[in-house]
Design a protein around this ligand. Structure first.
Ligand SMILES: [Zn+2]
Length: 69
């Protein structure tokens, strides 16, 4: 059974859980019991880096915010 990453829709708690693909839609947050949605790590990382520019290499064409890439 594969492990998927999820994020709570209410408190944004992130966690990984082993579920079958048919149960991905029914996963709930271990913190608040609200419905959680699956997150795609690669996509999320890319998106986050592009939005706040705080992690990973630079996306704006300058190396001002990274240690040199
Ligand atoms: Zn939660």
């Amino acid at each position: 059974m594969p492990t998927y990453d999820f994020r709570c829709k209410k408190c944004f708690h992130k966690f990984s859980k082993r579920v079958s693909s048919s149960e991905k839609d029914k996963v709930t947050c271990p913190e608040c019991n609200e419905r959680a949605e699956q997150i795609f790590t690669g996509f999320l990382y890319k998106k986050a880096a592009g939005e706040n520019g705080s992690s990973g290499g630079c996306s704006g064409g300058s190396c001002a915010s990274c240690s040199g890439c």
